[in-house]
Design a protein around this ligand. Structure first.
Ligand SMILES: Nc1ncnc2c1ncn2[C@@H]1O[C@H](COP(=O)(O)OP(=O)(O)OP(=O)(O)O)[C@@H](O)[C@H]1O
Ligand SMILES: [Mg+2]
Length: 389
C-alpha cells in the first residue's frame, strides 16, 4: 500500500484462526493501517510547521494488531525538536482506539536546502553551505562561524568549516589545529577539531605572509578548496568570509553555492550600516539571508552582575526588523570568548551552559530550522546575473 508520504506501510494485523485481515479492516478493535497513516501524516514537524505527510517524513509504518512501529525522519539534528516531535507523534497515535504499543524510531536526515543561486556549482556531498559575513572587520565573524560550526556538530550534524579569509585566516588558532593537511587521490584531507572538519589557507601558508591577491584569484583558490577537499558527506559547511563587501567578497558569493548567509554585526551605528551593505550584497546575488547576529551586545559586569550596553542597545534588532530578516541571536561580550578563541577552544565547547554558549546554540538552532524550511520549499528559478567582476 502506498502511503501518502511515500512511506512503506505494512499492515500485518491478524486475528487467531481467521484469514489475514485486509489492511483497512479493523480486527477485534485493532487500528487499521489507514487510521495510523492518517494520524501520523497529520503530525506537524516542529522545525517547519509542515505535516509529516507534506514534508514526506514518514519513512516506514508497520501495524500489527494493536502494535504500531514507525520510522520518522527529522529535518534538523536538534534534540528539542526530536522531543517535541516524539511527544506529538505519541499523542496522535494514542488517540487512535486500539493502539496498545508504539515503537518509534527517529532518524536525522538533513536535506539540501536547494536555495541560493542555482547556477553556482554545488559541492559534492555537501547539503547546505552557510556563509558567515559582515560589512565590517573585527565584529566577530570568525568567532561566530567557529561556534556555529561546533554547536551544529554537537547537535549531531556532520559539519565542515572553511576559512575563506585568505588575508587573515583565523580557523587554525580558533579551532586549535594547525597541521599540514595530507592528500589522497589528489585531494586535500581536511583536519578535524571539536567534531568539525576544518580547512584553512593557514594550514598551507604562513599566516604572517598576508596574501595580496585580487578577487578572481582568491575566488579561484576558494573554489579549489571547495572542490579539491575530501569533505565527504556534510550536512552543513560553514564558510567564514573575509571582512567587507568589496570585489573579493562579491566574487566569492557569486562562485560559491551559498544556501544562506548569517550577517554578524556589533550594535553601534557604524557597524550596522556596514551590516546592511553585507545584506544587500547577498540580495544582489539572490542568496537568502538567514538573519543577523548581534555580537558584543553589552557587557555583564562580573562584580555587580549588571549589563552595560557598551556599544549601544537594540541596534541588531532594529536593523533586522528594517531589513525583514530574523535576529538570530545576541552574544554579550565575554572575556572567555576571546581567550577561548586565542587558545583553540570555542565557547560552545569550553562552556556550553554559559549565557554566551547558549546564545551560540540558539543561533545554531535557528540556522538549522531556517535551512530545514528552505529544504522543503519549492526550488528557485535559475538566476540570470547581469553584473560581473
Ligand atoms: N562576544 C565576544 N566577547 C569577547 N570577545 C569577542 C567576542 N566576539 C569576538 N571576540 C573577540 O574579538 C576579536 C575579533 O573577533 P573575530 O576575529 O571573530 O572577528 P572577525 O569579524 O572575524 O574579524 P576579521 O574581520 O578580522 O576577520 C577576537 O579576539 C575575538 O576573540
Ligand atoms: Mg575573521
Amino acid at each position: 500500500m502506498a502511503a501518502p508520504g511515500g512511506a512503506r506501510v505494512a499492515a500485518t494485523s491478524r486475528t487467531k484462526g481467521t484469514s489475514p485481515a485486509m489492511p483497512d479492516t479493523p480486527q477485534n478493535g485493532a487500528p487499521t493501517a489507514a487510521q495510523v497513516q492518517e494520524a501520523l501524516g497529520a503530525v506537524r514537524e516542529p522545525a517547519t510547521g509542515k505535516t509529516l505527510d507534506e514534508a514526506k517524513l514518514v519513512a516506514d509504518v508497520e501495524v500489527t494488531g494493536g502494535n504500531v512501529r514507525a520510522t520518522i525522519e527529522m529535518l534538523t539534528p536538534l534534540q528539542q525538536m526530536r522531543q517535541q516531535l516524539e511527544r506529538d507523534t505519541r499523542a496522535a497515535l494514542a488517540a487512535i482506539p486500539g493502539v496498545a504499543h508504539v515503537d518509534l524510531e527517529f532518524r536525522t536526515k538533513i536535506r539540501a536546502s536547494g536555495a541560493g543561486r542555482s547556477d553556482a556549482q554545488p559541492i559534492k556531498g555537501v547539503k547546505n553551505t552557510i556563509a558567515v559575513a559582515s560589512g565590517k572587520g573585527g565584529v566577530g565573524k570568525s568567532t561566530v562561524a567557529v561556534n556555529l560550526a561546533v554547536a551544529l556538530a554537537q547537535a549531531g550534524a556532520k559539519v565542515g568549516l572553511l576559512d575563506t579569509d585568505v588575508y587573515g585566516p583565523s580557523a587554525p588558532l580558533m579551532m586549535g589545529v594547525n597541521d599540514r593537511p595530507l592528500m589522497r587521490d589528489n585531494k586535500i584531507i581536511p583536519l578535524e577539531a571539536h567534531g568539525v572538519k576544518v580547512m584553512s589557507i593557514g594550514f598551507i601558508m604562513d599566516p604572517d605572509k598576508a596574501l595580496i591577491w585580487r578577487g578572481p584569484l582568491v575566488a579561484q583558490l576558494i573554489t579549489q578548496f571547495l572542490n579539491d577537499v575530501h569533505w565527504g558527506e556534510l550536512d552543513y559547511l560553514v564558510l567564514d568570509l573575509p571582512p567587507g563587501t568589496g570585489d573579493v567578497q562579491l566574487t566569492l558569493v557569486q562562485k560559491i553555492p551559498i544556501s544562506g548567509a548569517v550577517i554578524v554585526t556589533t550594535p553601534q551605528e557604524v557597524a550596522l550600516a556596514d551590516a546592511v551593505k553585507g545584506l544587500k550584497m547577498f540580495d544582489e546575488v539572490k542568496t537568502p539571508v538567514l538573519g543577523i547576529v548581534e555580537n558584543m551586545s553589552g557587557f555583564v559586569c562580573p562584580g555587580c552582575g549588571e549589563m552595560h550596553p557598551i556599544f549601544g542597545e537594540g541596534g541588531g534588532k532594529r536593523t533586522a526588523e528594517a531589513n525583514k530578516v530574523e535576529l538570530l541571536g545576541q552574544v554579550p561580550i565575554e572575556p572567555a570568548i576571546m581567550t577561548g578563541g586565542d587558545t583553540g577552544t570555542p565557547q560552545v565547547a569550553a562552556a556550553p551552559e554559559s549565557e554566551t554558549g547558549q546564545a551560540f546554540h540558539h543561533l545554531a538552532e535557528r540556522v538549522a530550522v531556517q535551512l530545514a524550511s528552505q529544504s522543503i520549499a519549492k526550488p528557485r528559478k535559475p538566476t540570470i546575473m547581469l553584473r560581473s567582476v
